[in-house]
Write a protein that binds this ligand. Structure first.
Ligand code: AMP
Length: 479
């Protein structure tokens, strides 16, 4: 008698993924399921709703795509016109493109159709694409709402709904669109909601949309990946350009760098300055056309562009392997964005470095970031003393006029302002109001809301017209 040994399924097979999907998963290089996949895939295969607290990079796309694909493959290819079986909502066009790519990769060899619905690109080609009906529709809320309103898309047959980066959709003002879209889908749908953070509004949304969900969480809120080395460089805004250019000269270390700026205008300025300093850099922000954004991202992804300058539009969702450094040219308005920004590096177990340049006026924002990541960021370099040299004590021991002017000349030469610094120094502190020399420790010499001299450049690149006595109001989200 022979005993047949039947091997227990392992990896994705053990989660209930089978056949063609298992092959495609292996071909994509997914050998072992990630923690979020271990938790979310079996639950969804059993028909459960899922509330996932996870960031991009955790493997959440496959965590929701594989169970839906498993079920859709069994349904055959007959679809009703202008319908979508599964709808994935994402906050940004880049994330939507990325999600569709992943779905296509995982669906390789299976007869599954996908479509993208995004603003900023031709509407008619999207209408044409969904006319026969599709299995997966990946969409941003704005254009989707438009297509539903015009009856180019019918959602009543949609039985799978995924909301990805829900907190980001909230930030971008999409929350009411999301509620309306969800309401238009099939009442007996299966729903998954993923969010990196869980503010009250998202908890409320989840309560309304999910039925008895399985909660899966892969990283505690606000924590940053351990592979990322983090630190700050203390510098005045006027010094930042020079410091950035100097850092970027080290091409061997800084192989692939994303530089975050707080505003679109700021991102353009940083890009222009980098180009003037001889670097090739691509820029991505909300004022760029979809084609320009995708071109910039593709160049960065395929390595033909080493430096990508971005607003927070690229802080979440973008998964470009091998980003060696994230440089925060300035701190984001929302501390949580810091976590998302730096999460672009140190992915898939690789090393990553996040460097944040901090002007004294950004001290309050830095404190908020440190509170949220629950650590004090080490100071990698402090350039403040160079920006504001200590006034030389008056010489009372009979020094000659000649000596004094020689000293002054030397001090001026030592300062050697760059073109940019010259520009900024024209707007330096008004006469008769000497600036305090900066301390070199972490206790800032000035409070974030301390009066700023007229004409000095604020961290966001704007000029202050007068002494600002009150803290500036946080600007609206600009990405
Ligand atoms: P996501 O969070 O879905 O954007 O995924 C982040 C990255 O992880 C993507 O590059 C995926 O291709 C990759 N990934 C997802 N699941 C796995 C897995 N099980 N094994 C290896 N890589 C994975």
């Amino acid at each position: 008698m022979t005993t047949e040994i039947i091997a227990e399924p392992t990896g994705f097979a053990a989660l209930g993924i089978s056949g063609q999907l298992l092959k495609a998963t292996h071909a994509a290089g997914y050998t072992e399921p990630k923690p979020i996949q271990l938790q979310a895939i079996p639950a969804q295969l059993q028909g459960r709703d899922v509330l996932g607290i996870a960031q991009t990079g955790s493997g959440k796309t496959a965590a929701f795509a594989l169970p839906i694909l498993s079920k859709i493959i069994g349904l055959g290819t007959r679809r009703r016109p202008r319908t979508a079986r599964a709808l994935i909502l994402a906050p940004t066009r880049e994330l939507a493109v990325q999600i569709e790519d992943t779905i296509k990769t995982l669906a390789k060899g299976a007869h599954v159709s996908t479509a993208l619905v995004l603003g900023g690109v031709s509407r008619s080609s999207q209408v044409k694409r969904i006319a026969p009906g599709v299995d997966f529709l990946v969409a941003t809320p704005g254009r989707l709402t438009d297509l539903v309103r015009e009856k180019d898309l019918i959602l009543s047959e949609t039985t799978w709904l995924v909301l990805d980066e829900a907190d980001r959709m909230l930030d971008m003002g999409f929350i009411n669109d999301v509620r309306r879209i969800a309401k238009a889908t099939h009442p007996a749908r299966q729903t998954a909601l993923f969010s990196a953070t869980m503010p009250d509004e998202i908890a409320d949304l989840a309560k309304g949309l999910l039925h008895d969900p399985v909660r899966v969480e892969v990283a505690p809120q606000g924590t940053t990946a351990t592979e990322i080395k983090q630190g700050v460089i203390l510098a005045r805004l006027k010094q930042k350009r020079q410091i950035l250019s100097k850092m970027l000269k080290d091409e061997e270390t800084m192989r692939s760098v994303i530089v975050f700026a707080r505003t679109k205008h700021g991102a353009d300025r940083v890009t222009r300055d980098l180009e003037r300093d001889g670097f090739e850099a691509a820029v991505i922000h909300g004022n760029k056309s979809q084609n320009a954004r995708q071109k910039a991202l593709n160049g960065f992804r395929d390595g033909s562009v080493r430096i990508l300058v971005a607003t927070d539009i690229a802080a979440r969702g973008i998964d470009v392997p091998g980003i060696s450094h994230v440089v925060n040219f300035d701190l984001p308005d929302e501390a949580e964005s810091y976590v998302h920004r730096i999460g672009r590096t140190g992915r898939n177990g690789q090393d990553g470095t996040a460097i944040t340049m901090v002007d004294p006026a950004e001290n309050a924002k830095l404190k908020q970031v440190e509170r949220i990541i629950r650590m004090k960021l080490p100071v990698l370099a402090d350039h403040l003393a160079e920006a504001d040299p200590q006034p030389k004590p008056r010489q009372s021991n009979g020094s000659t006029k000649q000596q004094n002017s020689a000293d002054r000349l030397k001090a001026a030469n030592d300062r050697q302002p760059s073109q940019d610094n010259k520009r900024d120094s024209k707007r330096a502190a008004p006469k008769g109001r000497p600036r305090k020399a900066s301390n070199t420790n972490r206790h800032w010499p000035e409070k974030a809301n301390a009066p700023r001299p007229a004409g000095e450049r604020m961290p966001d690149g704007t000029k202050s017209r007068k002494f600002n006595r009150r803290p500036r109001k946080a600007a609206a989200h600009v990405a």
